[in-house]
Ligand binder design. Structure first.
Ligand SMILES: [Zn+2]
Ligand SMILES: [Zn+2]
Length: 1011
């Protein structure tokens, strides 16, 4: 049995984790719900590449919350977690681990060894993430998981899905074959963003806003001589000097005004935008004309002497083309265009059928034929200097200046990207665009702005670049022949049938490089033996296929229903009810690829609801970075804060905004949760007779009636908001209930009833109500804070109740208890109370001073006597009068008569005695207590004596004696006489309205005569 651990969140959580495991709670839950209606959640795979950060725990808390909620409602769930395994993420970390600098190091190490290392890394971190998720309280079907790296079968033993599994890879093959059959797959030349370190293309949707960095480059103005006008140059500006040797043409805007200007000192003439004429010092404008006049002007290339340039251009003469995208803001209005180094240049050149100079190899070094540049790295500052020197020698360098701009970097290794002409594999998106837009609109996107963002992407997306020149990833199932024939293979079986060579070497291996590359097939067109293209696929293919490749009743990865003609089984779970991921980035990534792959395979959206959430930032609102030193790791946070508190931080956050995470925020959250724990402690101290039959509740007083009504309203509110996937509204409703309703009002106002020693029927009914409130409340808290809820439940549950709270049914609101009128009246009463208390504070009269009268203007709360009594008690007034002619909402009579004053003094005295009782740790049952009192003020002593009877009743003491002399132990002369009364339990000096009052609690000596 777990023992309620009060404020030690961490210790509680570790004990409860063991408890869940011992009791096999998840197995029992699955058994209990096995006939329930399926409710399908699809986990977006977490990259198994590093330990979790606190940002991962945000999404995982939501995922667990909704799955626990649905399970308590009786639905059947799969509870399946997913791991993302393949791709550059993992490769780069393994490269770092091995100290590799580039792809050559990998080839030297051997692809087989390298891929093995990648698999091991995934194994290691998926196990670490599993442990971390369990620590967070994630209830998942983890299957068997061991951190033992020598275990060969770990992939099969785990019930989580792994995107590196054979099933997942072959499922993508099936998808790609379908794309091929529909004419979507093609191989195309394009200039793409290229990471020189990773040696691979970066696709458009992988370059997120945060991958653009402020970088200062050297921009250069160069002179390009006109062919038929001596001493005349186009003045051209570029921020990427390394692209100059690849210049093919210049672009100008047809309508902007250009000028020919003369430098009066040198006599040279320049052509540039009229508004940029001031770039030439001492200039004189000779001629102004629109850009279209420059069309087809020929000029001399500034690197035409390079063999590679000559070889490509042959008879072509550099010329000027018109282009409406030229802007007047930057540069000179004359754009240097190198179709081999820029996406727009490439497209423009293609429509004009102009040649392409392709200067860089895979490592972004100049190819053969570029003379002094050959083999030099394009982004190297030294290379740039060589280009500048060369141009200076030729007299073509005009000016160099520093230029700061936002420039894309590699999302994985942060190298600056270059643009390079490459041949890659694409999926055509234009034919799908309209269908995807329609599909996206069928989905419920939360927060609602997510739909607009997704549509924005779908309207602007280009074709999907799916190939990567890398090692650890999906082997693209494309066998391409020199004759032009392309064979796309859909399954392992198809490959076995078509294999002409190498099957034996491949058999028994996962479909990864290098083993898969051994298999050759025969070209059906020309009979040649053909190999697989060496490219691997983008990991987004891996994550996008999971609605098809992972869904099965038992989470085993063999015999996936979708691919084994078990559509019925698969359709129980598809389309899924919910996906939930951090939205920045995913519109172009996971959300997008899920839509695409489902569109191609099933012509339908793959999910019905999407809950997106923003980013985790630090307490100051800054992004967390390891290098900045402000990143918080999950392991540290969870053992410092506790999982429940972390979870509560996440669920009460608005998912639309970035979440500020830190230990101060955690402290604030903890305080609010401690209020709940204090309510439980109060119950244990005063109402814990437990095991009440809560089916036959009777309410003896208005507070019980009200709190039961509030509870059931809150059940409705929480349920509705969880059904709408609004965790913030649901959790805030809960928190407000335990803080504002339960603690600040119900318990405070009911304290007297609970603290009476006699077991009156009213008290018993109140205890039953209190029990009913708590045992129900913890069930609604359970999916949010599973540990604390379990702990409290273990204290409250009866023998007949389920062994764990997570095996309980989600509470249904009991409509017969809901009394909206009462709730509204109570709200009004609490409003009046706060107004009146403010008046008291204004008049500087303490709440213990009873006052005569409160006048109320509103008649809204002119209602039951019980409710008015609450106001009287809370405000401490004798009567309430309704008077609709009041100027203000309320009027508090602050005159203090002698009688009122005496009453106030007595209350104060009673409070002091109660505090002493508490200090002496006396229980309500201990009544044989004598109170000794000494005050030098005789008048006060007389008042005390006069009201002795009621004082004894309230304080549950046997006698109250005012002594005439100061016999306090601090008074040496008299203190010995104190012992005559009995044993002193505690004593203290107080000040009552400026007068000294000494009080002592005495346990009388048994049967001894009082002095
Ligand atoms: Zn890179
Ligand atoms: Zn062929």
């Amino acid at each position: 049995m777990v023992k309620f651990m009060e404020n030690n969140f961490i210790e509680r959580e570790h004990k409860i984790l063991n408890f869940w495991q011992e009791k096999k709670v998840l197995e029992k839950l699955k058994e209990k719900n096995k006939k329930g209606k399926p409710w399908s959640f699809l986990d977006g795979p977490i990259t198994a590449n590093n330990p979790m950060g606190v940002h991962h725990a945000w999404g995982r808390t939501y995922k667990d919350l909704f799955q626990r909620f649905k399970a308590m409602q009786g639905y059947r769930l799969r509870f399946q977690n997913g791991f993302d395994c393949q791709g550059l993420w993992v490769e780069v970390e393994v490269e770092k681990e091995l100290g590799f600098k580039n792809k050559k190091d990998i080839e030297r190490f051997g692809i087989e060894n390298f891929v093995q290392k990648c698999k091991e890394r995934v194994h290691k971190y998926s196990m670490i993430q599993t442990e971390q998720s369990i620590r967070l309280g994630m209830q998942c079907d983890w299957g068997e998981w061991k951190t033992d790296l020598t275990d060969k079968d770990w992939l099969k033993k785990s019930h989580s899905y792994y995107t590196m599994s054979d099933e997942n890879n072959y499922a993508i093959w099936y998808f790609l074959k379908k794309c091929h059959q529909e004419g979507l797959l093609y191989k195309g030349w394009d200039v793409v963003p290229w990471c020189p370190r990773c040696g691979t293309a970066i696709s458009q949707h992988e370059i997120l806003t945060e991958e653009y960095k402020e970088i200062t480059h050297q921009a250069v103005y160069v002179k390009m001589p006109l062919l038929d006008e001596p001493e005349t140059y186009f003045l051209v500006w570029t921020t990427t000097p390394w692209t100059l040797p690849a210049n093919v043409f210049l672009s100008v805007h047809p309508e902007l005004l250009y000028a020919k200007v003369a430098d009066s000192q040198s006599g040279e003439m320049y052509i540039l935008l009229k508004d940029k004429a001031c770039l030439v010092p001492n200039h004189q404008i000779l001629e102004i004309f629109p850009g279209k006049k420059l069309e087809n002007k020929k000029y001399k290339g500034i690197f035409d002497e390079l063999p590679a340039v000559q070889k490509t251009l042959k008879n072509y003469k550099h010329n000027v083309v018109l282009w409406k995208e030229v802007t007047a803001q930057e540069g000179t209005g004359i754009v240097h265009s190198a179709p081999g180094c820029g996406q727009e240049d490439f497209r423009l050149g293609k429509t004009l059928r102009l040649p392409v100079i392709d200067p860089l190899n895979e490592e972004s070094c100049y190819k053969e034929g570029f003379d002094f540049l050959t083999s030099r790295f394009a982004a190297d500052p030294q290379t740039k200097q060589l280009i500048f020197d060369n141009l200076t020698k030729k007299g073509l360098l005009y000016k160099i200046e520093d230029y700061t701009h936002r420039y894309p970097t590699c999302w994985r290794c942060k190298s600056e990207l270059l643009f390079r002409l490459v041949q890659e594999w694409y999926l055509a998106m234009a034919p799908l665009r309209e269908r995807l837009i329609k599909s996206a609109k069928k989905i419920n996107w939360i927060p609602s702005f997510c739909l607009a963002r997704e549509l924005d992407w779908l309207k602007n997306m280009e074709d999907w670049l799916i190939s990567k020149k890398r090692y650890w990833g999906l082997a693209l199932p494309i066998w391409a022949c020199e004759c032009g024939h392309i064979e796309v293979i859909a399954s392992k079986e198809e490959l076995r049938e078509k294999a002409a060579q190498g099957w034996q070497e491949f058999e028994g291996h996962s479909p990864h490089r290098p083993w898969i590359d051994k298999v050759k097939i025969q070209c059906p067109k020309c009979q040649k033996l053909i190999s697989r293209i060496l490219d691997v696929g983008t990991p987004w293919l891996d994550a996008g296929i999971v609605p098809f490749s992972t869904i099965s009743d038992d989470n085993r990865c063999e015999n996936i229903p979708y691919f084994h003609n078990q559509r019925k089984e698969w359709q129980k779970w598809f389309p899924v009810q919910l996906v939930c991921e951090s939205f920045p980035g995913q519109f172009k990534n996971w959300f997008y690829v899920l839509l695409v792959m489902s569109q191609v395979l099933e012509d339908t959206p793959p999910f019905k609801n999407l809950l997106g959430y923003a980013l985790v930032v630090d307490e100051k609102g800054e992004e967390m970075h390891k290098s900045k030193g402000n990143a918080i790791w999950f392991d540290e946070a969870v053992e410092k804060i506790g999982a429940d508190i972390m979870r509560w931080m996440y669920v009460t956050q608005n998912p639309a905004y970035n979440m500020r995470f830190g230990y101060n925020v955690a402290k604030e959250t903890e305080k609010r949760i401690l209020t709940l724990i204090n309510c439980i402690k109060f119950f244990e101290a005063y109402a814990n007779t437990k095991k009440f039959a809560i089916s036959h509740l009777q309410f003896s007083n208005i507070l019980d009636k009200w709190i039961a009504s509030r509870l059931n309203s809150v059940i409705q509110e929480v349920t509705e908001n969880l059904e709408k996937f609004d965790p913030m509204k649901a959790s805030l409703a809960l928190e407000s209930f335990w803080i504002n309703d339960l603690s600040l009002w119900y318990i405070r106002r009911s304290r007297k009833i609970f603290q009476t020693p006699e077991n009156t029927p009213e008290k018993e009914n109140a205890q039953k109500t209190f029990y009913y409130i708590l045992i129900t409340l913890v069930k609604i808290i359970a999916p949010f804070m599973p540990f604390l809820a379990e702990d409290i439940y273990q204290q409250l549950k009866t023998e007949k109740d389920p062994a764990s709270i997570h095996l309980c049914q989600w509470p249904q609101a009991r409509k017969e208890f809901i009394d909206k009128k009462l709730e509204n009246e109570m709200q009004e009463i609490r409003r009046i109370v706060s107004l009146a208390l403010a008046k008291r504070a204004q008049a500087a009269i303490g709440v213990r001073q009873v006052l005569q009268k409160l006048k109320i203007k509103s008649t809204k709360c002119k209602t039951e006597k019980d409710l008015l009594d609450l106001i009287k008690e809370e405000i401490n007034v004798k009567e309430i009068v309704f008077d609709k002619n009041l100027k203000e909402e309320i009027e508090l009579d602050t005159t203090i008569t002698d009688t009122l004053k005496q009453e106030g003094q007595m209350r104060q005295l009673i409070r002091y005695i109660q505090s002493l009782r508490k200090k002496a740790a006396l229980t309500a049952q201990e009544r044989d207590i004598i109170v000794l009192c000494y005050t030098p003020n005789n008048h006060l002593a007389q008042i005390f004596q006069k009201n002795k009877a009621s004082l004894l009743k309230t304080t549950r003491c046997e006698d109250f004696i005012c002594v005439e002399q100061n016999i306090a132990p601090t008074n040496n002369a008299y203190s010995s006489s104190l012992n005559n009364y009995g044993t002193v339990l505690t004593q203290q000096d107080f000040v009552l309205e400026g007068e000294n009052v000494w009080l002592a609690l005495i346990k009388p000596n048994t049967k001894q005569a009082k002095p």
